[in-house]
Design a protein around this ligand. Structure first.
Ligand code: HEM
Length: 519
């Protein structure tokens, strides 16, 4: 790490009030055997701050690693000027750089869980643009398990350990997923080698949802984002992951940190897929359905820029832990689509961050925009804004006003005003097509990927009761007959073996060591 310039005084220990700490080894006591005295400010400050070191960990994606870098625009989308589709300023000029912060993560387990788990990987980016922040909060896989946000808490609960025993149990997960047929394509990817990326540098990223781009005329198109690693893509087999996990539970964080320290800056190219805005009745799926791919051959990947990660965080907690991304954080020229999952997410992120980090989480250096912020929002715990000093009339903390204060900004371009009508209802979408693309994914896999999928999925299903296995086999068959047949055969074959192995593991652990107690 680069050494910072400082004078010798900077190395002397102080408390948080700036008082020199002259004795950090002994509490203040009556005589050297105690009792301790309670006016001992240094001790009280130190211990009570320690007592509050933890904040709630993210309810999902708790384990993560982050890095700083920049995005460089190509100024074009494929062969066309990008302004044809979006007026977002960060994209307009070729070579324009926008600083950013990325956080990669695993999803289901806690803040120190191994980074080798079969789990989607989070891929979240905060672009500090001249128009304020843009967050693109995606995953490595290009699709998701569900399309309705109402199901998200149930889904996550089912993936987690049993609330009574605290034991992880695949039966819980498949109990839920067997009743969630829209998850079949995600299951197919997740249990193939694509479910365990080798590290963070060698994985793709995807915005998953259809978003919108809006141009100067206010015209919107649907757009999907994809990140392609210049380091190539690498996934692990279950066996390889198990081996790594036995030696190192931080391998992905370590890999990212060390690559950046060595100056081997990882890069990703950003591609978009573009579709005319609309329902597209000619497709056998709904373009807003996040459980579906837009195939490359129909909607080509068009390069729009690249991302380079060239600086490690200086402090894990203040940057990686406190960073707060959200799908609602868009800039002019970028917009939402009507994807229900996307809209549900957009409430959830800032809501959890007000609880997880605090109501003024946007004032933290990692979260605040790198442009001037001028708001009449005020107060709340830890409000330390200083920007009101710059207002012409800081007495006026409301708007509108003839006396002074902040004024509304003009609209930077023609507003995008999509027309919507319909009955208010609680229904799933018309074109669910839950199995078509999952079957196609199965057929497009290489033999190796298919073999791994069958092995991993049948292993997990072997731990489930027969009723769940039968539903899952039926769903695999609906995707592709061969898929269903092979899963059924593999479950049959390995069910007994697996049970014996699990029982053996318990006995092995029980018998592992018999130390005598000499104390
Ligand atoms: C993190 C909710 C679906 C990607 C989170 C967090 C919540 C959440 C509450 C914790 C945020 C924090 O504490 O800062 C939801 C809900 C979803 C959903 C309600 C569906 C309705 C998705 C999908 C993706 C995704 C589809 C990928 C496209 C992420 C990522 C993070 C995250 C990458 C970690 C962000 C970080 O590194 O701080 N999600 N999520 N989530 N979610 Fe989702």
């Amino acid at each position: 790490m680069e050494e910072k310039k400082h004078n010798e005084q900077d190395d002397l220990l102080t408390n948080q009030q700036g008082h020199p700490v002259t004795n950090n080894q002994n509490v203040r006591t009556v005589g050297n055997r105690g009792p301790t005295t309670l006016e001992n400010y240094d001790f009280l400050e130190k211990i009570s701050h320690f007592d509050r070191e933890r904040i709630p960990e993210r309810v999902v994606h708790a384990r993560g690693a982050g890095a700083h870098g920049y995005f460089e625009s190509y100024g074009t989308v494929g062969d066309e000027p990008i302004s044809k589709y979006t007026r977002a300023k960060l994209f307009q000029e070729k070579g324009k750089r926008t600083p950013l912060f990325v956080r990669f993560s695993t999803v289901v387990h806690g803040g120190h869980s191994p980074e080798t788990f079969r789990d989607p990987r989070g891929f979240a980016i905060k672009f500090y643009t001249e128009d304020g922040n843009w967050d693109l909060v995606g995953n490595n896989l290009k699709i998701f398990f569900i399309r309705d946000p109402l199901k998200f808490p149930d889904m996550v609960h089912s993936f987690r350990p049993d609330p009574v025993t605290n034991l992880s149990d695949p039966e819980r997960m498949f109990d839920f997923l067997s009743q969630t047929p829209e998850s079949m394509q995600m299951i197919t990817f997740l249990f193939s080698p694509w479910g365990i990326p080798a590290n963070y540098r060698q994985m793709q990223g995807s915005g998953v949802h259809a978003y919108k781009w809006v141009n100067e005329e206010g015209k919107g198109v649907l757009v999907k984002y994809h990140w392609e690693p210049k380091q190539g893509i690498k996934n692990l087999t279950q066996q390889e992951a198990d081996k790594i996990q036995g030696m190192n539970t931080n391998h992905a964080t370590q890999d990212l940190y060390e690559a950046i320290e060595k100056g081997e800056y990882p890069e990703w190219e950003l591609y978009v897929q573009i579709m005319e805005d609309g329902e597209h009745p000619e497709l056998d799926f709904d373009p807003l359905d996040p459980t579906k791919l837009w195939y490359k051959e129909d909607y080509p990947w068009l390069p729009v820029g690249k991302m380079v990660l060239n600086k490690n965080p200086e402090n894990y907690f203040t940057e990686v832990e406190q960073v707060a991304f959200g799908t609602g954080v868009l800039v002019d020229g970028l917009d939402f689509s009507d994807d229900k999952l996307l809209q549900g997410r957009t409430f959830s992120y800032s809501d959890t961050q007000r609880y997880r980090v605090g109501s003024n989480y946007l004032q933290l250096p990692i979260n605040r925009p790198k442009k001037h912020v001028a708001t009449n929002q005020e107060g709340g715990q830890m409000d330390y804004r200083t920007n009101f000093d710059q207002h012409k009339n800081p007495h006026v903390n409301y708007e509108p006003s003839v006396i002074g204060g902040l004024k509304e900004a003009g609209n930077p371009g023609k507003e995008h005003t999509p027309y919507v009508e319909g009955n208010v209802t609680r229904e799933t979408i018309d074109r669910e097509n839950n199995f078509g693309q999952a079957g196609e994914t199965y057929r497009r896999f290489t033999d190796f990927e298919r073999d791994e999928l069958i092995r991993n999925l049948s292993d997990a299903l072997s731990a489930c009761r027969e009723e769940i296995q039968q539903i899952m086999i039926k769903m695999c068959t609906k995707c592709d007959e061969d898929y269903g047949k092979r899963i059924a055969e593999a479950i049959k074959q390995n069910k007994e073996n697996k049970k014996e192995e699990m029982d053996e593991a318990v006995v092995f652990a029980e018998d592992a060591a018999h130390p005598s107690d000499p104390y």
